[in-house]
Design a protein around this ligand. Structure first.
Ligand code: UDH
Ligand code: NGS
Length: 285
């Protein structure tokens, strides 16, 4: 499997690097938040290859990007996200693959652990340099919001429609974030201990700062996102242990995370627009 992915990724060496900011970028773009059929999205992007992989032909991309989307019971949102995001990524002339990570029922949802799974499983399939962890309902509204990695981890959101294009609190680190392969490894990834809603993004932020990185965030006009409104998810109740866990984030950082993520891949499928990895997570392990 890795060989097949690697083969797809081999670069011709006689091309120049793609520009850091493609000339095709215009700034504010229209978002499409209505439900859409996956076949409609597929027909819009014939240039995306099976598994959700794209690579510009005219230039060599500067890095290989894995977009990791945790997604359970939110397929309609996934299609809406792809309908918006693929256009932006292609315009930015990025070499990318979309990975969708789904968690088997009945275990309570664990967003942080699904990030770890996404990172580890993507690296089994290709040599990615940059990882963008992306909630399924966050839709970028500006194509100058560059989906790439930098010298420090980045929070992409500066304002979200559901909070009147502001953030819920200054240190909020949810939604869309980026790490280089090394940055994510150095912080030992996400915690695996947050089953249910809340806190795992605060824990992740604490890990980043504790390892001496600073945090980047796009300016107001660039990091503007729309959200898709929805009902509360089942299987993702607010986690009452989250406050205590966040307090011990730094003390646990090296003891649990990417280095201790235990899960079972129950299926792995290459769809036209994404690679879907289904995992079972045991809550008692
Ligand atoms: N997710 C799923 N399925 C689930 C739960 C979460 O796919 O059942 C993914 C999805 O990518 C989502 C992300 O995890 O965008 C984050 O989930 P979330 O529940 O933190 O955030 P979301 O904005 O819902 O989707 C907010 C619920 C409001 C709870 C308020 C409690 N005070
Ligand atoms: C905080 C949560 C974060 C969460 C943020 C926004 O309170 O995990 O709200 O949530 N932290 C704790 O619970 C400790 S949202 O409105 O998007 O659901 O991301």
């Amino acid at each position: 499997q890795k060989q097949q992915h690697e083969k797809q990724q081999q670069q011709p060496s006689n091309k120049t690097f793609c520009p850091k900011k493609s000339k095709q970028l215009v700034g504010t773009i229209q978002t499409y938040l209505d439900p859409v059929n996956i076949s409609t999205v597929e027909s819009k992007y014939p240039e995306v290859r099976k598994g959700g992989n794209f690579r510009p032909k005219e230039c060599t991309a500067r890095e290989r990007l894995a977009v990791i989307i945790p997604c359970r019971n939110r397929t309609q949102h996934l299609h809406i996200l792809l309908n918006n995001l693929l256009r932006l990524l292609i315009k930015q002339r990025l070499d990318f693959t979309i990975f969708v990570i789904d968690q088997d029922l009945p275990t309570t949802f664990n967003r942080g652990m699904l990030f770890n799974v996404g990172y580890l499983e993507a690296l089994k399939r290709g040599s990615y340099d940059c990882f963008i962890f992306h909630d399924v309902d966050m839709i970028p509204t500006n194509d100058k919001c560059l989906y790439r990695c930098t010298h420090n981890p980045r929070h992409f959101l500066s304002g979200v429609s559901k909070w009147k294009y502001r953030l819920p609190y200054k240190s909020y680190f949810g939604g869309v974030v980026s790490f280089t392969r090394d940055q994510y490894r150095k912080i030992n990834g996400d915690s695996n201990l947050y089953f249910g809603w809340g806190g795992e993004d605060d824990d992740l932020r604490a890990r980043i700062l504790h390892k001496g990185y600073s945090l980047l965030r796009y300016p107001q006009s660039i990091g503007r996102y729309d959200t898709i409104s929805h009902q509360r998810d089942s299987g993702n109740k607010a986690n009452p242990a989250r406050f205590k866990l966040v307090k011990s984030a730094k003390a646990r950082q090296d003891l649990e995370g990417l280095n201790t993520a235990r899960y079972t891949v129950t299926s792995s499928v290459t769809r036209r627009l994404y690679t879907k990895i289904q995992v079972y997570i045991n809550m008692t392990e």
